[in-house]
Design a protein around this ligand. Structure first.
Ligand code: F0G
Length: 456
């Protein structure tokens, strides 16, 4: 059979809320043209994020009931720890309430002024935690990754030539870690090849620089390796995941993505000394080392989710359903990143809205229009998220102006996705009428979450 079906059936449903275009116009105005400030009940299809929005399985819900809520040494912790140890091969596993808590702990220890963290592309919270420590985040994405329309199998790879040059220039002692984000969320959800992981590891080892993985979407990355990289077609996802982690000194993870959990994360480490330091910080910020900011039931849900996410029938459906939407939009001429990434569709808003200058935030203009037209919530990954100002107060734009339609795991059906494609194509056909925006209020860090804007 040609059709790849959802490898599950639906046992419990929740309503979604329909609004009229007139209502949405008023709602968006009240939310200052920032959909982060729109109430969820005013959103029809919520593609803001794939984080914490997964549908949990009946097994996970059963695990929730069985969660052991003991303060110390809970059974659920040991279940969680054994699964994470087995996948990562790392002996020290520290639970946190979400990915950024792991980042905060790790970079508070490794970071500081005059230090550089090099990555394929740092996610926004990772960069913010690095910068908050006084260090600098450096993105060295491979050339293919910088061209949304040009297909390549591993557009998330780190540019290893640039990495070697950077190490020579700054000195290995200034670089506490190289971090590979797999898949590369801010660069289009694109995968990193095993070859690239190995090369990065070899460069790090030669220079005695620790190598970390930001593992939020490790299973999606492993599936792409299986599909696209020679020598992995007959490997299981679990074996590929284990190999990826085998090269790393440590990993940070948000369990809100590839663990189907609504909350949670962890730090996995090889170094006992570093784990000790991290646990000391954990206790004052998150909690005791066997729960670290989570309830026992959350640890159960994560342990079960981590096993489910590596099921091949699930990953086949997951990756195909993203590609399905990408193909529909591409066929209608919508400039989407090709090939499709693992968890989201990325629209190139510079190509979609060439008449809107970057300083007028074309990505955010498109995000607003998708909400107005169809009640779809998406997110700008461009100069609103990553832009900075120079000394003269002029915008230093981001490398790309993308709009992300992130698809929650196991949540929406094919007709929801067909509806999304109709809305995007409708907006594309009248794109000339869309206008840019200006910022009226913004925070110094992670401004996109709370920024207020108005149309020009
Ligand atoms: N790293 C990556 C690659 C991420 O995508 C995220 C979160 C984090 C770290 C932080 O994890 O949210 O649990 O603290 N990404 C979400 C998103 C928010 O919408 O892409 P967190």
């Amino acid at each position: 059979m040609k059709t790849i079906i959802e490898p599950f059936r639906i046992k419990s449903v929740e309503p979604i809320f329909v609004t009229t275009p007139e209502e949405r116009k008023a709602i968006l105005e009240q939310a200052f043209y920032n959909p982060f400030l729109v109430n969820a009940e005013h959103v029809l299809i919520d593609l803001l994020t794939d984080s914490g929005t997964s549908a949990m399985s009946s097994h996970q819900w059963a695990g929730i009931m069985q969660g052991d809520e003991s303060y110390a040494g809970s059974r659920s912790f040991f279940h969680f720890e054994s699964v994470v140890k087995s996948i990562t091969g790392m002996p020290f596993i520290i639970p946190t309430h979400q990915g950024r808590a792991s980042e905060k702990i790790l970079f508070s220890i490794l970071g500081g002024k005059g230090k550089f963290f090099v990555s394929n592309t740092l996610f926004d919270t990772t960069r913010a935690n690095i910068e908050f420590s006084g260090a600098t985040g450096i993105d060295l994405l491979c050339e293919e990754g910088k061209h949304p329309a040009i297909p390549a199998p591993f557009k998330g790879n780190l540019d290893t030539v640039a990495l070697e040059q950077f190490i020579k220039e700054k000195g290995a002692e200034t670089i506490p870690a190289v971090i590979l984000t797999i898949t590369n969320n801010s660069g289009g959800g694109q995968p990193v090849s095993m070859q690239n992981i190995k090369e990065v590891k070899a460069i790090c080892a030669a220079n005695q620089i620790p190598f970390y993985i930001d593992a939020c979407r490790f299973a999606e990355n492993a599936y792409f390796i299986k599909l696209r990289e020679d020598g992995y077609q007959n490997s299981s996802i679990e074996d590929i995941a284990k190999e990826m982690f085998s090269y790393a000194d440590g990993a940070t993870m948000s369990a809100k993505k590839d663990a189907f959990a609504n909350i949670g994360g962890f730090l996995a480490l090889h170094s006992e000394a570093l784990a000790k330091e991290c646990r000391n910080l954990l206790i004052i910020t998150e909690g005791f080392p066997t729960y670290g900011g989570l309830a026992g039931r959350d640890l159960e849900a994560i342990a079960i989710g981590l096993r489910e996410v590596m099921e091949e029938s699930y990953l086949q459906y997951r990756i195909r359903s993203i590609e399905y939407l990408s193909d529909k939009l591409h066929a209608a001429g919508v400039p989407v990143m090709r090939p499709a990434g693992g968890h989201a569709i990325y629209i190139d808003s510079k190509a979609f809205l060439p008449h809107i200058p970057v300083a007028q935030y074309p990505g955010q203009a498109l995000v607003c229009e998708l909400y107005l037209a169809g009640g779809i919530r998406s997110v700008e990954i461009g100069s609103l998220m990553f832009g900075k100002y120079d000394e003269a107060g002029e915008l230093i734009p981001a490398a790309m102006e993308l709009v992300r339609l992130a698809i929650p795991r196991r949540v929406y059906t094919q007709s929801h996705i067909d509806y999304v494609s109709e809305v995007v194509i409708d907006v594309f056909q009248r794109r000339d009428l869309i206008k840019g925006l200006e910022i009226t209020e913004e925070a110094p860090l992670l401004r996109h979450f709370t920024a207020k804007l108005k149309p020009l």
